[in-house]
Design a binder for this molecule. Structure first.
Ligand SMILES: Cc1ncc(C[n+]2csc(CCOP(=O)(O)OP(=O)(O)O)c2C)c(N)n1
Ligand code: SF4
Length: 288
């Protein structure tokens, strides 16, 4: 399989130069590598996205795809996985929709540890709606929704997902395609809930490209099995733009623990059972 086989031919409507293109390229390369290495079957890959600039990836990626509601990628991914545990589910979210409207789902996907992969395109901004502050926007940021500046400290999604029990916690950068590709491959192959934060500067409303380039560094000699070390690294950057900020990238934490599907063996057979539901009867019950 070639990377180009994943093209859809759709015209892209992201702003020219948007760093979302870097994530799209990495996702395509990662899927191609996994399929060619026979680790994943292409027909078993299912993408899920919500609503935001990031979500347009479903138009540009030629795989099975479900376009869910704003902030609801995670429960949709969970439902697809439960419906057919043989599928490799890769979900996409924006920081706004994920940590504002959809926050509760983050907590529970980490707890359930279902075997899915979730990429958050983190531009610290609600970009599609022209640049309002999100729960990860830095303190003091002036936007149309925060004319006096953001008052609260940003949440730290890596510390949060670690706390909630995610078994794979990582951070990549949209403009570092080789490392992001490797990270996505590792996340997809990890058995359990894989959380991938992708720093994705929005060049139109919140251009942090230079800041991230200057402060990001690759995690090396880091013990990914050590929870305390992972938490220490997660807290190293507070999502604000300080001169002395250090932004670690790579796999922070990876551990094996029971996945949701394995605790309920009977669900593994659900998708093989032939059902013939009487939809008229079901609908009539709701009309009562
Ligand atoms: C429940 C609900 N709330 C708000 C919106 C409006 N809305 C659509 S896209 C969007 C911004 C998305 O921001 P984010 O998830 O960070 O993705 P980005 O556009 O930055 O990629 C908002 C607020 C909506 N569609 N549905
Ligand atoms: S608004 Fe920002 S995130 Fe959206 S397409 Fe343009 S540059 Fe990309």
């Amino acid at each position: 399989m070639k990377v180009e086989d994943l093209n859809t031919g759709e015209k892209t409507t992201w702003c020219p130069g948007c760093t979302d293109f870097g994530i799209l390229t990495s996702v395509k390369q990662a899927i191609t590598n996994l399929v060619n290495d026979e680790k994943v079957k292409r027909e078993n890959v299912v993408g899920v996205s919500g609503v935001g600039c990031f979500d347009k990836i479903y138009d540009y990626l030629n795989i099975n795809f479900f376009h869910a509601l704003h902030g609801r990628s995670l429960p949709t991914m969970f439902g697809i996985k439960l419906g057919n545990p043989e599928l490799k589910v890769i979900g996409f979210g924006g920081d706004g929709s994920t940590y504002a409207e959809g926050m509760a789902h983050v907590v529970h996907s980490c707890r359930y540890n279902e075997d899915t992969t979730f990429l958050v395109f983190d531009n610290q901004m609600f970009s599609l709606t022209t640049g309002q502050a999100t729960p990860v926007s830095e303190k003091g940021l002036v936007t149309p929704s925060t004319p006096l500046g953001v008052h609260e400290k940003p949440i730290n999604p890596l510390a949060l997902t670690l706390t909630c029990g995610a078994s794979f916690v990582s951070r990549g950068f949209a403009l570092d395609i080789p490392n992001l590709t490797k990270l996505i491959e590792a996340a997809v192959m990890h058995k359990g809930f894989s959380f991938v934060e992708v720093l994705q500067p929005c060049i139109s409303y919140h251009n942090t490209t230079q800041f991230i380039r200057e402060h990001i560094y690759k995690l090396e000699n880091h013990n990914t099995g050590n929870y305390e070390e992972a938490m220490k690294k997660a807290l190293e950057w507070d999502y604000c733009q300080n001169e002395n900020s250090k932004i670690p990238a790579g796999i922070f934490y990876e551990t094996n623990k029971p996945i949701y599907e394995d605790q309920w063996p009977h669900i593994k057979k659900w998708h093989t059972v032939k059902r013939n539901p009487d939809f008229r009867k079901i609908l009539s019950e709701f009309k009562k």
